[in-house]
Ligand binder design. Structure first.
Ligand SMILES: [Zn+2]
Length: 347
């Protein structure tokens, strides 16, 4: 029987699972006018194509000085910047896809740290620090800083499909695209069921250039993440028990669990097990508690999740080092625009 405590929990400020790409929606069909121009530093040979940038690994200091990029304009008229070798490889991939009548373009690739900081500052000013931390990737900790991460969008019957929720429906097309990635040195970066490692849910459009096709083939054929390939992730899959709820659907519980799994990727702790707190946790006490955290909040349902995890000696989170933590709690509420979101965590 779970205990549903909420008193004394700390308010969480964790990065959300899905990256905010702020995609302009544009259905107008335009001729793609790609103009390639050199920019950046002289030598891009020095960059490490296996560089790991995620919620706990920052972009290396000298990266922005070293990386050599090209700038192009996509079919909807947006400027996109890509690392030069990654762009060459992308063009070959695109050409091969077109032979099978699959049309893609680049939605977003490189974002520099200064731009990301500006976005973070704007969000902080407008919505407060908590909201900004939840919705914007921390400057320095987004793979998009490298220029090696590419977000694709689909062009179907001459129409640009750029919204994530629209794109995700085309599973057959993505499957064909993913099959061809390794040959050109790309991997699919945010695969299913690895959120606790990558910190992101499934993103069929986010591909990552690793340069070496053999490495790409190994990663893709094993169905692993870059973290796992580099030996920088716990290989143990957490035990998940979402129970049998009469209040929440399986989909709702999975969406809430996904948020908690993603949070762990920015936590430097190994998630061992995750379980649903039970329908009794959707109590008036917990609902009152989550509404007390935010002015004007009027949430009516709360999902409580319990986790056991291991804290390493050199972690970024302040817990007793090298200790197993049990029954650590998470409270989540359903928001209008972002689905289930963590509002509190703690004991
Ligand atoms: Zn992306």
């Amino acid at each position: 029987m779970s205990v549903c405590l909420s008193v004394g929990m700390t308010v969480a400020s964790l990065t959300a699972c899905v990256q905010n790409t702020a995609t302009p929606s544009n259905t107008e069909v335009e001729e793609s006018t790609e103009t390639v121009e050199g920019s950046g530093a002289e030598n891009s040979e020095k960059i490490d194509y296996l560089v790991l940038v995620n919620k706990t690994n920052e972009l290396p200091d000298n990266w922005e000085k070293t990386v050599k990029t090209v700038k192009i304009t996509n079919s909807i008229g947006d400027d996109v910047e890509v690392e030069e070798k990654a762009y060459e490889a992308y063009l070959k991939l695109k050409e091969e896809l077109e032979k099978e009548n699959i049309y893609v373009d680049l939605d977003s690739a490189r974002r520099n740290v200064a731009d990301q900081q500006r976005i973070m500052d704007d969000f902080t000013k407008s919505y407060g620090a908590d909201y900004a931390a939840k919705t914007v990737a921390a400057p320095g900790y987004s793979e998009h800083h490298t220029g090696l991460a590419l977000d694709l969008y689909l062009i179907i019957d001459g129409k640009d499909i750029t919204e994530n929720e629209d794109m995700i429906q085309y599973t057959d097309i993505w499957e064909k695209i993913h099959e061809k990635l390794p040959k050109y040195g790309f991997i699919l970066r945010y695969i299913e069921d690895k959120e606790y490692i990558t910190g992101y849910g499934y993103e069929p459009w986010h591909i990552r250039y690793v340069d070496n096709p053999d490495i790409a083939k190994e990663i893709m054929s094993k169905g692993i993440t870059l973290e796992e390939y580099l030996g920088k992730a716990s290989s143990d899959k957490p035990e998940i028990d979402l129970g049998n709820s009469k209040v929440f659907t399986k989909e709702e519980l999975e969406a809430a669990a996904l948020q908690v799994k993603c949070a762990f990727a920015g936590f430097s702790c190994t998630l061992k097990s995750l379980r649903y707190g039970g329908d009794e946790c959707n109590s008036k006490e917990n609902i009152d508690y989550v509404n007390s955290l935010e002015e004007g909040a009027n949430y009516t349902r709360v999902i409580e999740i319990f986790t056991d995890f291991h804290t390493p000696k050199e972690g970024t989170v302040v817990f007793d080092p090298d200790k197993d933590m049990k029954d650590y709690q998470w409270l989540l509420v359903e928001t209008e625009n972002d689905g289930w979101q963590i509002v509190a965590q703690g004991y």
